[in-house]
Design a binder for this molecule. Structure first.
Ligand code: MN
Ligand code: MN
Length: 460
């Protein structure tokens, strides 16, 4: 009796190592839909708005406490227009838990300060305060769109979008020319563009009125008012931000990669949304959760640390006379978030044996955190064995690894907050190159496999 090499060694391969022309077609067409969605949904509000449209198109109804809930019913819950949960009721009792995929729809960006406009030396500037972990220098000298929502005293809201159409003007933050960059060149990465230098050019032509004081600012506000009927005071009650104006594009001569802003984590949010909509009927109740404010620690009433998810489970549990604690302790959750893809330009940051690779398929991380696994939850051996089983059976190409070298840094996701509620949780998502930059890169193969994986998870 002998055991073979095949039985003993783990198979290592990348996605395209085994050619599958039929699948390649599906991979590329899935990417098209994703890139269209990503290019539009540059804020969490737009992501949620477009999600609701898709859900309603698929027969979902906004949950009402008065309604009854039956097997097959499809409901959604909106949280502050920036976060959402949706459920498809399964035939199994809710006390046996739900299959939950949880992602986040906020991305690093430059928020406008409460008083954003100032005029100086012949120009009007827009002052920003960065949101999330960015390398500030990356946001200078790139075209930026102004997007968001202004809430008026009347109670009405006005959606702002400047820079998304090819004909629109855009905004830009300056950098010093290399000829005069001697002082800057001595600074660290964090200091070469400082937070208070994140001011974007807004206008330079003065308003034609000899008596007016700040004429350029006045002209800027005149133009803004012409389009949106708002004034400077209204900018105080607003969620406005500057985001990269660039649209998602194919990368590489073979068009295998996707470049675009906000792929962390809208790539997993989109993949989970499509998986949720397309998954076959199954016994378990399916739950989709799109969280906000992950990039700043999941704090606040639209973040994953808020009561929202618990409240949603409670609404569902009450309908079936089930205890919330039973639902959570029997729930399995994929924390759908991106991870770092191995980058050959920076091999020093990765431990190659446990790195995650472009075209390696959807990626799992057993834990995130930093140093000695600090600040993270960890998926159990039992959960990973379950995931291996269903993903292999469903022909989902997957890989598992860590963010990067131990003690080189770290990161977190919403996994820990959902694990704290009692659920079994594992991080699962798409590897990204240049994460948190204005132009993140993913592989079409991995995006497709991630959606396929979420679908398999929902169907089990
Ligand atoms: Mn993320
Ligand atoms: Mn992030």
């Amino acid at each position: 009796m002998s055991i073979t090499e095949q039985q003993l060694l783990r198979k290592k391969s990348l996605g395209y190592d085994t050619p599958n022309p039929g699948e390649k077609k599906k991979i590329f067409s899935f990417a098209e839909g994703y890139m269209d969605f990503l290019g539009e949904a540059k804020t969490e509000r737009i992501f949620i708005k477009n999600t609701i449209e898709l859900l309603e198109g698929a027969g979902f109804k906004s949950f009402s406490r008065k309604q009854s809930l039956n097997v097959g019913d499809k409901v959604y819950f909106i949280n502050r227009n920036r976060s959402l949960a949706a459920a498809i009721i399964g035939s199994d009792s809710l006390k046996n838990g739900v299959n939950l995929v949880a992602s986040h729809v906020d991305s690093p960006r430059l928020d406008l300060k409460p008083i954003p406009l100032f005029e100086a030396d012949g120009a009007l500037y827009i002052k920003t305060h960065y949101y999330g972990g960015i390398k500030k220098y990356q946001w200078a000298t790139i075209p930026l769109s102004l997007m968001g929502t202004v809430a008026l005293k009347s109670g009405k809201t006005v959606d702002i979008s400047i820079g998304q159409d090819a004909d629109d003007p855009v905004f830009v933050i300056s950098d010093i020319l290399p000829h005069l960059g001697k002082l800057q060149a001595k600074k660290t990465c964090d200091e070469i563009i400082e937070a208070e230098q994140l001011n974007a050019y807004g206008a330079t032509i003065p308003f034609e009125d000899e008596d007016a004081k700040e004429k350029i600012k006045l002209n800027f506000l005149y133009l803004l008012n012409k389009k949106y009927k708002i004034n400077e005071e209204d900018l105080i009650s607003a969620d406005l931000c500057l985001v990269p104006a660039a649209m998602p594009r194919d990368i590489g001569l073979d068009r295998s990669l996707i470049g675009g802003y906000g792929q962390d984590d809208r790539v997993c949010a989109y993949a989970s949304l499509i998986a949720f909509l397309e998954a076959r009927e199954s016994k378990k109740t399916k739950l989709l959760y799109l969280a906000d404010r992950e990039e700043v620690g999941s704090m606040g009433n639209s973040g994953c640390q808020s009561a929202f998810l618990t409240n949603v489970i409670e609404e569902l549990a009450e309908k079936f006379n089930v205890k919330v604690r039973d639902v959570f302790s029997n729930t399995v959750c994929l924390s759908a978030d991106v991870c770092a893809a191995y980058d050959p330009n920076f091999p020093e940051a990765f431990e190659r044996n446990n790195a995650l690779y472009l075209n390696g398929g959807t990626a799992f991380m057993k834990y995130t955190g930093g140093r000695g696994k600090g600040g993270s939850s960890e998926a159990s051996a039992e959960l990973i064995s379950y995931i291996r089983k269903i993903f292999d059976k469903g022909n989902v190409k997957w890989q598992i690894g860590e963010l990067g070298k131990t003690d080189f840094g770290g990161g977190g996701t919403v996994a820990q907050y959902i694990a704290n509620l009692g659920a079994e949780v594992i991080d699962s998502g798409v590897p990204v190159i240049s994460m948190h930059s204005p132009y993140e890169v993913t592989s079409k193969y991995d995006v497709y496999m991630t959606c396929k994986g979420y679908k398999v998870f929902y169907e089990n």
